[in-house]
Each structure stands twice: as C-alpha cells, then as structure tokens.
Design a protein around this ligand. Structure first.
Ligand SMILES: Cc1cc2nc3c(=O)[nH]c(=O)nc-3n(C[C@H](O)[C@H](O)[C@H](O)COP(=O)(O)O)c2cc1C
Length: 189
C-alpha cells in the first residue's frame, strides 16, 4: 500500500480555537479530520484548554505551531491574533465555553482567543460545550442569541451524557459533525 499525504497547496486556512472544557479532547480528532480534508489548520488554545489537552497533540495533528499566549514575540512578531486571522477562511471554536461565548458576545479582548475572534474577518462556527445547567442559564441564552444576531453559526450542542454525570443538553457535537459543517462552510468536501 502506498502512503498518501493531505494536499498542502492553496489549502483553506482554518483557525481551530480550543476552549477549556473537557470536550477539548474531542477537538484533537476534529483537528485531524480537517487536516486530512486538506485544510491548513492553525490552532489557538486558551490557558484553560491546555489543562485538558497538551499543545503538542494539536501541533502534531495540524503540522503547525500552536498559539497559547498573546505575548510570544519570538514566534509571532505581529501578535498571534493578527497572524492567525490573516487569510483565514473560517474560525471554529470547539469547545466554545461559556466564558468564550460571553467574551465574544460582549466584544471583550481579554485573552488570545477573544482577541482572535475580534480580529477574524471570516465566518465563525461555534461548537458549545458545557453542563446542562450552564447551557440553560439566562445569561448564556442571552449571549447565544446575541452571537446569532452577530452572524455566528452554531453546531450543537447535542443531548447526551455530560461530564457533570447527568444527561442533558450541552454535549459538544461529535468531531465528524463539526468537520462536516465546517467543510460545507468553506465549500470543501
Ligand atoms: C473539569 C472542568 C471541566 C470544565 N468543563 C467546562 C465545559 O465543558 N464548558 C465550560 O464552559 N466550562 C467548563 N469549565 C470551566 C472553564 O474551564 C472555565 O470557565 C475557564 O475559565 C474557561 O476558560 P476559556 O474559556 O478561556 O477556555 C470546566 C472546568 C473544569 C475544572
């Protein structure tokens, strides 16, 4: 059998922003799926996300350095939010935590991913993940409505088993489902 590699020329650049939820482990499979589809996947992780999955996993799966900090002048002279957003066709946020959703909805730029969201000129796809109680909270509902009005697209969350050991709404959609919606948004099969 002959080994094949994903196409790299004129690949669609996709930002994968990973928030700090337990579902971050599923975003590793999402990263791999997007890379196998021929996307140039550029990963940004929040500080909390690195508590759940190591940046090395995403670096290996994407084939590119992972941004975890706004202030890393050796690697990102213009700032990673500028360099990652430049030329991106899509920004995926998976898992989209309550914290990130709140920052986006209020136009805050308190960390790398929130700043990247404000800098992004491309469509944004959010894959929320949180406990059912958090998902139903009035403040979260308001923030979701506001982001829909702002033009963000959503995938999930699904119903199912949650890490809070209850079933309900708040489970991040499966990587294949997120990838399918993302690839449809950038017109890649
Ligand atoms: C074990 C554990 C699991 C968590 N899971 C989630 C989650 O699924 N969704 C969420 O919104 N927050 C979750 N949190 C809380 C976030 O990690 C916390 O709000 C953090 O500040 C989010 O930062 P970020 O949005 O910058 O990644 C969890 C925290 C812990 C300790």
């Amino acid at each position: 059998m002959t080994a094949t590699s994903a196409p790299t020329s004129s690949a669609a650049r996709v930002i994968l922003a990973v928030g700090g939820g337990i579902a971050a482990y599923k975003s590793a499979a999402l990263c791999s799926r997007l890379a196998q589809a021929g996307c140039e996947v550029r990963v940004a992780m929040s500080k909390a996300a690195t508590e759940f999955v190591g940046p090395a996993t995403f670096a290996a799966l994407s084939g590119h350095p992972v941004a975890t900090d706004s202030f890393a002048p050796d690697r990102w002279p213009l700032g990673p939010h500028i360099e990652l957003a430049d030329g991106a066709r899509l920004m995926i946020v998976a898992p989209a935590t309550a914290q990130l959703i709140g920052q986006f909805a209020h136009g805050l730029a308190g960390d790398l991913i929130a700043t990247l969201y404000l800098q992004a000129e491309c469509p944004v796809l959010l894959a929320p993940a949180m406990s059912g109680v958090m998902w139903e909270k009035a403040a979260v509902r308001r923030n979701i409505d506001r982001l829909r009005d702002d033009g963000c697209q959503f995938v999930g969350p699904d119903q199912g088993w949650l890490s809070c050991r209850r079933s309900g709404a708040g489970r991040m959609s499966e990587p294949e489902q997120i990838a399918a919606q993302a690839l449809a948004m950038i017109h890649v099969d």
